[in-house]
Design a protein around this ligand. Structure first.
Ligand SMILES: [Zn+2]
Length: 240
């Protein structure tokens, strides 16, 4: 955890980037090119998600002019979380976590809209074509689950699950207990590109992610206290 003495010393001498929140040696903000996206993005971050080094919420949002990142546990409505009116919450997709059978259900689709019982909705193409915004829950699996349960308005949104063809590019850098195993950035890349047939969005986001990981590995060698290896006692694993 960050209250260890050597971590405290490191954060005192190295400033954080005001845009991505990462210690400056890990920041790749200058290389981020803004993208146009018809589908809007809202990222809700659990207040205890503290992985500044490898977290991707703010980096993801930086790719889009009007993406919103909110830190908290609960909001009374989608409009309140987003900070502006929403005509029809059902046209917003929430990436749902209980996707244990995603691969079986998906039948070759990598984005699937499901009902409250976890079954695929009829008329997938029509439902997904109507989506105008995406909500992502940022944190460990248990943190994301807490966000899901504390925000009843998500039941009015359209639940979607992902069945990614490839595992997360985090590789061994992070133990991710979630079934779909993707970072917030990778999930955004998949959803925003598939839902509006914009492969360029996925390409750009994943390129940024790769740059972030390259930078992380460099910093790991030079300033290891800023880019710690996952610890055996890591709470992420214990709670996973
Ligand atoms: Zn930055």
């Amino acid at each position: 955890m960050t209250d260890e003495p050597h971590d405290a010393a490191a954060t005192e001498v190295v400033a954080d980037c005001p845009r991505c929140g990462k210690p400056l040696p890990l920041c790749i903000c200058d290389s981020v090119e803004p993208l146009q996206s018809r589908i809007k993005l809202l990222i809700l971050q659990h207040p205890q998600e503290q992985d500044r080094a490898l977290g991707t919420a703010r980096l993801t949002a930086q790719h889009f002019k009007d993406a919103v990142v909110k830190i908290g546990l609960s909001w009374p409505s989608l409009a309140k979380a987003l900070g502006r009116p929403v005509d029809d919450p059902s046209r917003w997709a929430v990436l749902y976590l209980g996707s244990a059978h995603a691969a079986e259900l998906a039948h070759g689709r990598d984005v699937l809209a499901i009902d409250s019982k976890g079954q695929p909705l009829p008329h997938q193409d029509a439902v997904l074509e109507d989506i105008e915004g995406v909500v992502l829950l940022d944190g460990t699996w248990s943190q994301a689950k807490a966000l899901w349960w504390r925000n009843a308005w998500m039941l009015k949104c359209t639940r979607v699950i992902l069945d990614p063809a490839a595992p997360s590019r985090y590789g061994k850098l992070r133990k991710e207990p979630r079934r779909d195993g993707l970072s917030t950035l990778e999930a955004a890349a998949m959803l925003l590109s598939r839902l509006q047939d914009r492969p360029d969005i996925e390409t750009a986001l994943l390129a940024s992610f790769d740059r972030m990981l390259v930078r992380f590995r460099q910093v790991q060698k030079e300033l290891p206290e800023l880019a710690p290896k996952p610890k055996k006692r890591d709470w992420r694993r214990r709670r996973g």
